[in-house]
Write a protein that binds this ligand. Structure first.
Ligand SMILES: [Zn+2]
Ligand SMILES: [Zn+2]
Length: 342
């Protein structure tokens, strides 16, 4: 009897709670869902909202909520890619979400090889000042991706890269610094190039120290040794891979024959970009065994792995990555792509 009474009380309590929820105005529920969609740490955080009840399912798909979805909510896994996932990203795109423009743009451009639609989505994100989209478009211009070697547009690459760098994108800062140092797509200005490289290093250091301050239990856990371009180094344990890069690494890692016969992946395992034609990426002149889509990827891979794997002679002779397609205009410069301590 006691048990029965207790369960009756429980039901009554639940009913009151559900009534309270029903009495909340849609605007309040939508504003809570907006907060959740922008801070969700994985898609499953939000899927559980959809499954809770019909009302949450409906309001969860409200354009305002979808427009706020953050990169982690949009983090589809390559092995879970399906029409449903594609449809959800499209809904977010239709709601004007620039993170969704970027994610779907990269997936369509590189994985589904739908270059036109992918590039157009990336451009839409870039117009909304989405720094990774601006940087990705700049690499497409620098590499002439999706076209022929002659389709490279260095000036457009520099312009896009400069905009991404202005918005604080560290890889874009580094790329731009090297462009100035090499006179690549812009008038050569070694001093300005060095200034930008120092700035890129300082920003990297700041981001590592920030993570370090929040999370690392012991300050000595971070290995300080070399700091990228100018003689310092430390492991970038604080660097977080963008979910779409994870997607691409997984996508191409799980399929044979991909990205296509004779086409290579960027050797930095945090990138996932494939070549869109043979010999599109530049290779390491030290060993000739690795190739990168960009300076940013070369710099990261050098610090993470490649400095201990590259040919030992390079330890003494300097280090560069060659553009195998463009011997004439890139290799002639003795400072190109030097990412070693000086
Ligand atoms: Zn790369
Ligand atoms: Zn090498």
């Amino acid at each position: 009897m006691k048990k029965l009474r207790r369960s009756a009380g429980h039901i009554h309590h639940d009913r009151t709670r559900s009534d309270l929820f029903e009495s909340l105005h849609d605007d309040i529920v939508i504003s809570v869902l907006c907060k959740l969609s922008s801070t969700a740490s994985s898609p499953s955080d939000f899927i559980s909202v959809f499954l809770t009840c019909k009302r949450l399912n409906k309001l969860g798909l409200h354009p305002l909520v979808l427009s706020k979805s953050g990169s982690k909510l949009l983090a589809v896994r390559a092995k879970s890619w399906c029409d449903e996932a594609h449809r959800f990203l499209k809904l977010c795109v239709n709601a004007g979400n620039s993170e969704a423009y970027y994610t779907l743009g990269m997936i369509r451009y590189y994985c589904l090889q739908n270059r036109g639609s992918g590039a157009s989505l990336l451009a839409k994100a870039a117009i909304k000042s989405h720094a990774p989209a601006l940087y990705s478009l700049s690499l497409i211009q620098f590499n002439g991706s999706g076209g022929l070697k002659n389709d490279k547009d260095l000036r457009a690459g520099v312009a896009l890269c400069a905009r991404a760098a202005f918005l604080g994108h560290v890889d874009a800062l580094r790329e731009l610094g090297h462009c100035f140092q090499d006179g690549y797509g812009v008038r050569k200005n070694i001093q300005e190039g060095r200034r930008l490289l120092v700035q890129a290093n300082a920003r990297e250091l700041a981001s590592v120290l920030r993570v370090f301050d929040i999370g690392a239990p012991n300050r000595m856990d971070i290995e300080f040794g070399l700091f990228s371009d100018y003689g310092f180094n430390f492991n970038l344990i604080g660097r977080e891979m963008h979910p779409v890069n994870k997607f691409m690494v997984e996508w191409f890692g799980s399929r044979e024959e991909n990205p296509g016969p004779g086409l290579r992946m960027c050797s930095y395992d945090g990138c996932g970009r494939p070549e869109t034609r043979k010999n599109e990426f530049r290779r390491c002149s030290g060993c000739g065994k690795v190739n990168y889509c960009s300076r940013g990827c070369q710099a990261h891979d050098w610090r993470m792995h490649h400095r201990v794997e590259c040919a030992p002679m390079e330890e003494w002779m300097g280090h560069a990555i060659d553009d195998v397609e463009e011997e004439d205009d890139r290799n002639g410069d003795d400072e190109v792509m030097d990412d070693r301590p000086v």
